[in-house]
Design a protein around this ligand. Structure first.
Ligand code: MLT
Length: 245
């Protein structure tokens, strides 16, 4: 199995993604929010690249059946129901609803993944489940797309790619990595017990803390609390029932 880790959404060009399994990672906070909403019972998460498209998608659905969520530069979008805090996506607020989500980097990374054969979503919250899913179901080409932050590399996303790889090599002995994959694996292996320490001075982590989102950051650093694997079907993420354990 060949795994290439890509550092930013912008670098996920079609020829690096097409025909592969894409694993999209935006730990702070889009992919943590998506898995939380799914775990808490939403019908599906519809990722949308831009704000206007999100609003028009909401008009196509029954108002009581959908929830508009998202942010730009960390701040909730005017007129939306929720921002991009996973803590907002409680069972009470999402159950039996579609979540339409647009975020600065995360939904952009998903957009760049669309030529992949299959797309899934990873975060620290569900990393082990994603590794098991890849280990059992895919044996060829995998690309991990780290969303990054506004075009720049983000350490938390690469660490999370390292986590999925670390879990995967416990299951399979045929994993071949690109250089960023090797760096991610080693970085995670050396820091898995102290994610906060290594991340606390990084750009997006610090920005979220300065905006008052300390609880979100702490929440997103939890590992393997959700045994679910989102899969992209008909333009939305749903839980893959077969691979959730
Ligand atoms: C993004 O997609 O850029 C992030 O999830 C930003 C955020 O922390 O809300």
């Amino acid at each position: 199995m060949r795994i290439d880790v890509i550092a930013t959404a912008d670098e996920a060009e079609e020829q690096k993604v097409k025909g592969k399994l894409a694993v999209v990672i935006d730990v702070l906070r889009a992919t943590s929010t998506i898995v939380t909403a799914l775990y808490n019972g939403c019908k599906g998460v519809i990722p949308v690249y831009d704000i206007e498209r999100a609003r028009s998608k909401a008009c196509e659905l029954e108002p009581l059946q959908c929830l508009l969520g998202g942010e730009r530069k960390g701040i909730m979008i005017e007129g939306f129901h929720h921002g991009n805090s996973p803590l907002e996506y409680t069972a009470e607020s999402v159950r039996n609803k579609y979540v339409i989500l647009t975020t600065t980097n995360g939904t952009k990374a998903i957009h760049h993944a669309k030529t992949a054969t299959d797309i899934t979503i990873a975060s620290f919250l569900n990393g082990q489940a994603v590794a098991k899913y890849i280990g059992r179901h895919f044996c060829d080409q995998v690309v991990m797309i780290c969303a990054g932050t506004e075009g720049n590399f983000s350490l938390e996303d690469v660490l999370c790619a390292g986590k999925v790889i670390d879990e995967l090599i416990n299951i399979r002995n045929d994993v071949y990595l690109n250089d960023l994959g090797i760096a991610a694996k080693d970085l995670y292996a050396n820091n898995k017990e102290q994610l906060h320490n290594i991340l606390s001075h990084t750009f997006h982590y610090s920005r979220l803390v300065s905006l008052g989102f300390d609880e979100d950051v702490a929440f997103c650093m939890q590992q393997d609390i959700y045994p679910i694997v989102p899969v992209y079907v008909d333009e939305q993420f749903i839980i893959n029932e077969k691979s959730s354990c």
